[in-house]
Design a protein around this ligand. Structure first.
Ligand code: PMP
Length: 672
C-alpha cells in the first residue's frame, strides 16, 4: 500500500491542516487519495454523535472532489482531549496496532496514496503495550514529519526522525510550519530548518509561512501541491527502478540451486509478525519461520530493541582475551534453561559450525583421555547436521552430499534410521543394530551424534523417545559421548523446550542454533558437561576452535532477548494450539492421491508425498494463495512462527491440500 503517515513533533503544529492540504493536492493531481484519522481524541458531540474535527477539515478541503460528501475516516472517536491510550482506557477499550492497521487498510482499500494522520507525536502511547510508533511500523508507510518552526524544533524534529528510522521506516521529509507570526527571529527560523535538514539528513518538503488569521487554505494547498507533485514523481521513479532480480539471478548464489539456471526467487521488502511482504506489496502467511528460526515472528519490537541498544554500545569485539555482558548474560540464561548437567558453552557462528565444534570436543575428549583410537562418529541414517565437512560426514549418506565429497569426508558409521515412530508402541529391537555396531566397532567410536526425536532436513521423521533413551544407555555402557543436535528442535518446537526432554536425558554435548536469536541473526552454541570440559582440558588441553565472530555481542544480546521473550510467553500453550490446528488442517491430505503420510508433532506439520515434488510450481501456487512454504524432496511441510493464528494455519492447510488435489507436485530436489 503506497501512502504516508503524517506525524507531528508535538500537538498543535499544523499536522491536520498539512494532511488536509496534501489530500487536496493529491486529489487535484488526479490521484485517488484518502486521508484517514485512525484515532481522534477531544471530539465534541454534535447532533448526538461524536465528531472527529480533523476529518471535518479533510472534508472541507477535499470537498470539490467529494461532491457526495467525505466519508467518515475516523476509526476511533473519544471525547476526552488526552492521549489515545487514556481516552481509550476511559472508554473501556484497548487500542491494538494490528486491529487499527486492518481497519485503516480496509478503509483505504481503493485509494492511493493513503494519508494517515497520527494523534500527536510518534511516541504517543496507544495502550500500555503499544505506542504510535508500533502503529506506524505495522502500516509501513513513509513518514512525513510536521514541525512547528520555533525554539526547540530542531530537537523535536530530529528525535522524531531518528525514532521512526530506528523502526526501519522511511522518512519522506519534513514539512515546516510557522504557527506564530515572525518577529526578529527570521534568521533563527532559517537556521532551524538548515539544522534539521543537515543533522537529520532529511528533505525539507515545504515551509508554510505564518498564515495569520486570514484564510490560508489556498496558500497551504498551493505549497502542498508542490509536495504532492514531488512525492508522486518520486513514486514514479521508484516504479521505474530496476528491482535487482536480474542481477540476483545472474550473480547471487542461492541455497541448493544452480548458479546458471536457479530456481526462481521472489523479492521481499519486509516482514512483520507472521507475514512476509513481497516487493509488489503481496503479504504471505509464513509457514517456514525462515527455516525454523523466527519463532516469535518477524520484526519483533523486543528483539529489535535489544539489537538497537547493543549496536549503540558495540556490535562486535573479539572474544580472544575479551569478554562482555551480552555473552555472560546469554550464557547464564542458557545454562538456566538447558538440561541439567550442561555447564560449559562455546558460542559458534552457525549451526553447522556448532556441530564441527561438538565433533572436535568429542575427539579432543578422547585424545585427552588417552583413547586415541576413538576417532569416528556413530549416527543414524536420515540425519542432517549441516553443510560443513564434519557435519556433512554425519548427514544421511544417500540423500546427503557424501557422493560429491568422497575422499574428503571422514568415513563415519551409520545405523539404520529409528523405525519406531513417535506415538507408536516402542519395540526394543529397534536398537539392535546400533547395539551390534557398538559391540563390533566400539573401540573406534568417540561419540554418537543424532537429532533428538525429529530428524529435520533429512526427512522430517519423528521417532520414539525410548530410542533416544536407549542411545543414552548405550553411550554410557560403551563410555562414549552422546551429542544431541537440537539446532532444529531446540526452544520449544516439539512441545518441549528441548526435544531430549521427551526422553528425560541429558546429552554430553548439545548443539543449539536457529531459534537461538529468534531468527534475527546467526548464532549457535555448543554446550558441554563439566566432565567433557574437564577431561578435554586436563594437562593444559584447549579446545581448538576460535572463530572471528565468536560470542558476537550483538547476536548474544538479541539471543538473550529472545530467550526472555520465550520465558515470558506461554509457549507451551501456543505449541499445543499449533499442533491441534496443524492436525486439523493437514489431516484431510491423508485421503489425497500421491500422499504417503501426514504427521504432526508440536509446531511441525508434514505431508510426505510418494514422489519428489516440483518446488517452483508448488511455490508459485502457494504465493498466489498468500502462503510462504518451501517444500523439499518428497515433503511439503510447515514449521511456522509460534505467533501464528488458527486462521493462518487453516489457510496453510487448505493451500497444501488444494495444491496436492490440483496435482501441482512433480520431481525436483531442494532442502534446507
Ligand atoms: N543441524 C540441524 C539439525 C539442522 O536442521 C541444521 C540446519 N537446517 C543444521 C544443523 C545446520 O545449521 P546452519 O544452517 O545454521 O549451519
Amino acid at each position: 500500500m503506497q501512502g504516508y503517515f503524517i506525524t507531528g513533533t508535538d500537538t498543535g503544529v499544523g499536522k491536520t491542516r498539512a494532511t488536509a492540504a496534501l489530500l487536496r493536492a493529491f486529489l487535484d493531481l488526479g490521484l485517488p487519495a484518502l486521508a484517514i484519522k485512525p484515532i481522534q481524541t477531544g471530539c465534541v458531540e454534535t447532533d448526538g454523535r461524536l465528531v472527529a474535527e480533523d476529518v471535518e477539515e479533510y472534508a472541507r478541503l477535499a470537498s470539490p472532489h467529494f461532491p457526495a460528501g467525505y466519508p467518515n475516516t475516523c476509526c476511533r472517536e473519544y471525547r476526552p482531549a488526552c492521549s489515545p491510550h487514556l481516552a481509550a482506557r476511559l472508554a473501556g477499550e484497548t487500542l491494538a496496532p494490528e486491529t487499527l492497521t486492518n481497519e485503516i487498510f480496509t478503509l483505504g482499500r481503493d485509494h492511493m496514496p493513503l494519508l494517515v494522520e497520527g494523534a500527536g507525536g510518534a511516541a504517543v502511547p496507544l495502550s500500555d503495550s503499544a505506542t504510535t510508533l508500533d502503529l506506524m511500523h505495522r502500516l509501513g508507510l513513509s513518514i512525513i514529519v510536521v514541525a512547528d518552526n520555533k525554539l526547540g524544533m530542531i530537537n523535536h524534529a530530529l528525535m522524531t526522525v531518528e525514532a521512526v528510522r530506528n523502526r526501519g521506516l522511511e522518512v519522506a521529509g519534513v514539512v515546516i510550519n510557522n504557527t506564530t507570526p515572525p518577529g526578529d527571529d527570521a534568521d533563527l527560523r532559517k537556521e532551524n530548518i538548515r539544522a534539521v535538514a543537515l543533522h537529520g539528513n532529511v528533505p525539507i518538503l515545504a515551509e508554510i509561512p505564518w498564515l495569520g488569521k486570514k484564510d490560508g487554505d489556498a496558500l497551504f494547498i498551493e505549497r502542498m501541491a508542490e509536495v504532492a507533485k514531488l512525492l508522486a514523481d518520486r513514486e514514479k521513479e521508484r516504479g521505474k527502478a530496476e528491482n535487482g532480480l536480474a542481477f540476483d539471478r545472474d550473480h547471487l548464489w542461492h541455497p541448493y540451486t544452480s548458479a546458471l539456471n536457479p530456481l526462481p526467487s521472489v523479492k521481499v521488502t519486509g516482514a512483520q509478525g507472521t507475514r512476509i511482504v513481497l516487493d509488489d506489496g503481496t503479504k504471505l502467511v509464513d509457514g517456514m519461520a525462515s527455516w525454523w528460526c523466527a519463532i516469535h515472528g518477524y520484526n519483533h519490537p523486543a528483539l529489535n530493541r535489544a539489537a538497537h541498544e547493543q549496536i549503540g554500545r558495540m556490535s562486535h569485539v573479539m572474544f580472544g582475551g575479551l569478554t562482555h555482558d551480552p555473552a555472560i548474560d546469554l550464557g547464564r540464561a542458557l545454562l538456566n534453561m538447558a538440561p541439567d548437567g550442561l555447564e560449559h558453552i562455546f558460542f559458534a557462528d552457525s549451526g553447522s559450525v556448532s556441530v564441527e565444534v561438538a565433533i572436535k570436543m568429542a575427539l579432543q575428549y578422547m585424545q585427552a583421555d588417552g583413547q586415541t583410537d576413538r576417532v569416528r562418529l556413530l549416527t543414524v541414517r536420515g540425519g542432517y547436521h549441516g553443510d560443513t565437512c564434519g557435519a556433512m560426514s554425519v548427514c544421511d549418506p544417500d540423500s546427503g552430499m557424501h557422493h560429491l565429497f568422497n575422499g574428503l569426508l571422514p568415513r563415519q558409521i551409520f545405523a539404520p534410521r529409528p523405525r519406531c515412530r513417535f506415538g507408536d508402541p516402542f519395540d526394543p529391537a529397534d536398537l539392535d543394530e546400533m547395539r551390534a555396531i557398538l559391540d563390533q566397532h566400539g573401540q573406534e567410536i568417540a561419540a554418537i551424534i543424532v537429532e533428538p526425536i525429529v530428524q529435520g532436513a533429512g526427512g522430517m521423521h519423528f521417532y520414539h523417545p525410548e530410542y533416544l533413551r536407549g542411545l543414552r544407555e548405550l553411550a554410557d555402557h560403551h563410555q562414549i559421548l552422546l551429542i544431541l543436535d537440537e539446532i532444529a528442535t531446540g526452544f520449544g518446537r516439539t512441545g518441549k523446550l528441548f526435544a531430549c526432554e521427551w526422553a528425560n536425558i541429558t546429552p554430553d554435548i548439545l548443539c543449539l542454533g536457529k531459534a537461538l536469536t529468534g531468527g534475527t541473526m546467526t548464532l549457535a552454541a555448543t554446550l558441554a558437561t563439566a566432565k567433557v570440559a574437564r577431561t578435554l582440558s586436563a594437562e593444559g588441553g584447549v579446545l581448538m576452535h576460535g572463530p572471528t565472530f565468536m560470542g558476537n555481542p550483538l547476536a548474544c544480546a538479541v539471543a538473550k532477548a529472545s530467550l526472555d521473550l520465550l520465558r515470558q510467553t506461554d509457549w507451551q500453550g501456543k505449541i499445543r494450539n499449533i499442533q491441534a490446528w496443524l492436525t486439523e488442517a493437514l489431516t484431510p491430505c491423508r485421503d489425497l492421491e500421491g500422499v504417503d503420510d501426514v504427521r504432526v508433532l508440536g509446531a511441525i506439520g508434514v505431508v510426505e508425498m510418494q514422489h519428489s515434488v516440483n518446488v517452483p510450481r508448488l511455490q508459485q501456487f502457494f504465493i498466489r494463495q498468500g502462503v510462504w512454504l518451501r517444500p523439499f524432496g518428497r515433503l511439503i511441510y510447515a514449521m511456522p512462527p509460534y505467533v501464528i493464528t488458527a486462521d493462518e494455519v487453516a489457510l496453510i492447510g487448505r493451500t497444501i491440500s488444494s495444491a496436492i488435489a490440483d496435482g501441482k507436485h512433480q520431481t525436483r530436489n531442494d532442502h534446507p
